[in-house]
Write a new protein. Sequence first.
Length: 338
Amino acid sequence: MSDTALAPARSRRRILPLSLRLWGLLILLVACAAGYMLIGAEAPWSFLLPYRGAKLAALVLVGVALSVATVVFQTLTANRILTPSLMGFDALYIFVLTLMVHSLGATAYANIPVGLIFTINLGSMALLGLLLFAVLLRLARGDMVRLVLTGIVLGLLIRSITEFVQRLIDPNEFQTVQSLSVARFTQVDTGLLALSSLAIGVGLVLAWRLRLRLDVLALGDAAATGLGEPPAKLQRHAMLVICLLVASATALVGPMASQGAGPSSFFGLIVTAIAHVLTPTHRHSVLLPSAALIGGIILVGGQLMAERVFALATPLIVVIELIGGGVFLIVLLKRRAA
């Protein structure tokens, strides 16, 4: 039999394990979700179902959105140790929050409808993120390394301005800012789930439509240009998806960085590192669902352990940051060794 005839069979043998791994991740996510809903269920289901269901939906939405955004961002920057939070998305959320509390006051801010606050956060973060990227792209002149470094510096500048404004506000108002400056999975407003689901759903659809173009971009700018895929145009489309996903997830529960003031959230780094190990491929039709499932497993399973085993003695964000620091060092050392 010729090599040509054997090629489809070999291709199927390579694809089949990846599909089975995706199914395995899906089953594991369903098991984590079932455990989160059923373990320790002693109260009436009329109370538990909406209470736990809202938190479960928020965990899955945030995990999927941030994971997909990180995969797209790493393809965009051609670097597996970078996450969108390095560009200052978390800092933008806290900056907008601080300005609103400082200008309106804590009492007036608390009286604003949650839907309006979500819309303001989503719109301001998405618009400021796109504006920031447009400015950086013009300054970097297509150099993604320079763009990322400039973004990190501007992110630090935004954090510095935010800290300055926080020193000017009343201590009681500062407590309000602090309480809202970290991801809150134990206090999820059910009214925001529909809005965030719609926004994140649109972002996921756009990311899925870009999957084949991202495969081309991963080959490099020169190869993408030769294949008829202008890198600059695709970078703008990809950044739109990243801004929408990250802004929607952050507006729903808050920033994933520890205490909302850290230089970066390691959540996306952990997810993508595991995704590349479990599903070793460069095809985004596999990487995107793999990362989405792993992100949901980490947040749902982690929150399950935090609430049922550790009784919330250790916040989930702190554990993620602790493990993420080790993963970052391992990935960095492996890249240097290669």
